[in-house]
Design a protein around this ligand. Structure first.
Ligand code: NAD
Length: 349
């Protein structure tokens, strides 16, 4: 059935002391987002995560930090009270090793978005952001490392990544209907592999860039000079630097043309995992002996972000070169590794 388009009423200007709620803020992206808004001069930030505070990667000075589980409806109501904008980035997630092994945990994140969007609506929030993923795309279109980049319409007909991807696809639809039926302005970004400092780098939930940086640092430290890659190393991906992700979230959330419209937020610089390792080796100034674990979890063979739509609407796309972003990430993980070795506290996920 054809939808009738809602008229978009103009928002009053966002005031610096309007309450901004960010969930998942003990984690990588949402922690950086709280910092992003702090740097933009916002003074009323409520950061929420189920992890105990001492495990958060970032503590933003002046923010109200709450350790609460937002898969529970009562907590979501508390979290959204008084909110003007809500950014929901909480999810049980990790790299391929995690999302292939723990599909039930990934699917249960549906509770988080379901309760958060309702609580935001009940609280009268003006806008609601949902972090979706490229894993929502049809996996049948991603069976070749030389894949064509994915455009927004490639999510349907649906054949998302089992578990994690289906949860994202369903939650996207929930956000779309909250706009269509109830008039809550929702924003939906499909992130493609985000990396950078203050992310998970050890413990099983880390993604390829952080995992490879850590493995290289470990190999140098132990003198082994050997590294095991998951799969043949020929699988391809694109990786978006965290600073681009911040700018993208902010722009997408505040664009009326993008209300309830899923959009790619990712880099279009595609590399194979072998090429990614070569870049890290160059930064570290080493050459590793490569071994390949062909039984390890792999995910799709190839994936890249088609940025035609975002460039058209926002006149912008993530543009930090992988070489630059990796150098920053490597330096941060090296520092974390040294801290841990010295018996100091570090966040790993
Ligand atoms: P992350 O694991 O670092 O952060 C997620 C945070 O959510 C964690 O700190 C976790 O404790 C918290 N959380 C989980 N369940 C919760 C609950 N019930 N209540 C409160 N907090 C809860 O992950 P991230 O990389 O920062 O990802 C943020 C969002 O972006 C997620 O929705 C993720 O699915 C999405 N995403 C990330 C990537 C990426 O490459 N990192 C790619 C696509 C989509």
């Amino acid at each position: 059935m054809q939808e009738t388009k809602r008229l978009v009423e103009k928002d009053p200007p966002l005031k610096k002391d309007d309450l901004i709620v960010i969930t998942g803020a003990g984690g990588f992206i949402a922690g950086n987002l709280a910092l992003h808004f702090k740097k933009r001069g916002f003074t009323n930030i409520r950061a929420v995560d189920k992890k105990p505070l001492y495990e958060w990667y970032l503590h933003v000075p002046g923010a109200q930090n709450l350790s609460l589980d937002v898969s529970r409806e009562d907590n979501c109501r508390r979290v959204c009270e008084g909110a003007v904008e809500v950014y929901n980035l909480a999810a049980d997630m990790g790299g391929m090793g995690f999302i292939e092994r723990f599909r039930v945990e990934c699917l249960r994140s549906v509770l988080i978005n379901t309760h958060m969007v309702e609580a935001a609506y009940q609280a009268g929030a003006r806008r609601y952001f949902f972090s979706s993923s490229a894993c929502a795309y049809n996996t049948l279109l991603q069976q070749d490392p030389k894949v064509r980049a994915l455009k927004e319409s490639d999510a349907y007909p649906a054949m998302a990544e089992r578990g994690y991807g289906w949860e994202k696809l369903f939650s996207e639809m929930v956000c779309q209907e909250y706009w269509q039926e109830r008039g809550l302005k929702t924003a939906i970004a499909r992130f493609h592999n985000v990396y950078g400092p203050h992310g998970t780098w050890d413990g099983g939930r880390e993604k390829a860039p952080a995992a490879l940086c850590r493995k290289v640092i470990e190999a140098i430290d132990t003198g082994s000079k050997e590294i095991t890659l998951w799969g043949s190393g020929e699988q391809t991906r694109s990786f978006m630097y965290i600073a681009d992700c911040m700018d993208g979230i902010d722009k997408i959330m505040h664009c009326d043309e993008l209300i309830a419209t899923p959009i790619n937020l990712g880099s279009s610089e595609m590399v194979s995992i072998n090429e990614l390792l070569s870049k890290i080796e160059k930064i570290a100034g080493v050459k590793m002996h490569r071994k390949y674990d062909l039984d390890a979890p792999l995910g799709v063979a190839g994936r890249n972000s088609d940025n035609t739509f975002i460039k058209k609407v926002l006149k912008w796309e993530p543009s930090t070169k992988l070489d630059k972003g990796l150098a920053e990430t490597y330096a941060w993980i090296k520092e974390q590794y040294a801290r841990r070795k010295a018996g100091k506290r570090v966040g790993i996920g």
